[in-house]
Write a protein that binds this ligand. Structure first.
Ligand SMILES: C[S@@+](CC[C@H](N)C(=O)[O-])C[C@H]1O[C@@H](n2cnc3c(N)ncnc32)[C@H](O)[C@@H]1O
Length: 304
């Protein structure tokens, strides 16, 4: 059992309990189809980043090569991204675009691999249906509580993002994560009595639920890129996705790199990675090179 405490410098650093930093640069060649004329803009010992449109990169990857896909695309809300991203399409055009990259993600996923898609519930209900039509197995609809959201007239107050979790057949890796028993921030006392079964609980806490209410916002400048203001997810989400569905040495694909959260966590958790980002690749490179952006504190425990 490993405790995921990523808050200290040594655990955030490059020291690796599983044998140290691999030698040389990650070799992307075995993952590219013959004649694919694309090259990463940056490579570390564990991964490679393409500064490109994912619809240009994904079709050039070989079939069944990736253990886990994590995708956090633009939500089609007309948000300001970089110069090459159009985030205000018609509903049909947005869904058609999503189906194109999803099809490719599923093709490159190994049998037994997992795919996670982070989006608004209104889109994920339809994207989940597409994944089901592609023959994938539904695992979970994870509700990730929004830290700040505004009420909308005539609707319920939206308060969660959806994280879809599907697998390609029976998952080859599913590791149980436990979260600490919740305590009161003020008095330190335990918040729940677990219906009188508190003493029967596992010492490492309770099995991770499909409702995540403990994801901190990425606000403080310690946790986000100074150059890029928005759209970074908490490292805690990626810790969970990666620890749940992969083991060290596995390969993770993220077609919408953003600020590079997935790649930073892969580096820290000793996974290989392939990333794509259309507009912000330089900021990702900076994050990977400087290691200045801190991970969120995470007291989950993962069973080996
Ligand atoms: C919601 S953000 C991802 C944030 C990321 N998960 C993180 O934690 O930093 C979506 C990203 O996708 C990028 N993007 C949009 N369209 C893209 C495309 N066709 N190919 C690759 N990246 C794209 C945007 O520039 C943006 O940075």
């Amino acid at each position: 059992m490993t405790r995921m405490s990523l808050s200290t410098t040594s655990e955030n650093g490059r020291t690796t309990p599983d044998g140290g930093q691999p030698q040389g640069r990650f070799d992307i060649a075995p993952y590219l189809k013959p004649g694919a004329r694309i090259a990463p803009v940056h490579a570390t010992a564990r991964g490679a980043l393409f500064a490109d449109d994912c619809l240009n990169v994904l079709p050039r990857l070989v079939d069944s090569c990736v253990d886990t896909v994590f995708a956090d695309p633009p939500f089609n809300l007309g948000k300001e991204y970089g110069a090459r991203t159009d985030d205000l399409l018609s509903d049909d055009a947005y869904l058609a675009w999503c189906r194109r990259w999803l099809d490719e993600c599923v093709r490159v996923l190994k049998p037994g691999g997992s795919i996670f898609v982070y989006n608004l519930p209104r889109w994920n209900i339809l994207l989940g249906s597409h994944l089901t039509e592609l023959g994938l197995t539904f695992r979970h609809w994870i509700a990730v509580e929004m830290s700040a959201s505004l009420p909308i007239a005539g609707r319920l107050h939206p308060s969660h993002y959806s994280l879809l979790y599907y697998s390609k057949g029976k998952p080859s890796t599913f590791r149980r994560i436990r979260t600490p028993v919740q305590t009161c921030r003020h008095c330190g006392g335990e918040v729940k009595d677990y219906g009188g079964h508190r003493r029967a609980l596992h010492p490492n806490g309770i099995t991770l639920k499909d409702v995540w209410t403990d994801i901190p916002p990425v606000r403080h400048r310690k946790f986000k890129s100074g150059q890029r203001k928005a759209n970074a997810l908490s490292t805690k989400i990626l810790d969970r996705v990666i620890e749940m569905s992969t083991v060290p040495g596995d390969l993770v694909l993220d077609p919408f790199g953003g600020s590079g959260t997935t790649f930073r966590v892969c580096e820290d958790r000793h996974r290989h990675w392939i990333g794509v980002e259309i507009d912000y690749a330089p900021q990702i490179v900076e994050r990977l090179e400087t290691n200045e952006i801190h991970p969120h504190r995470n007291e989950d425990a993962v069973e080996d």
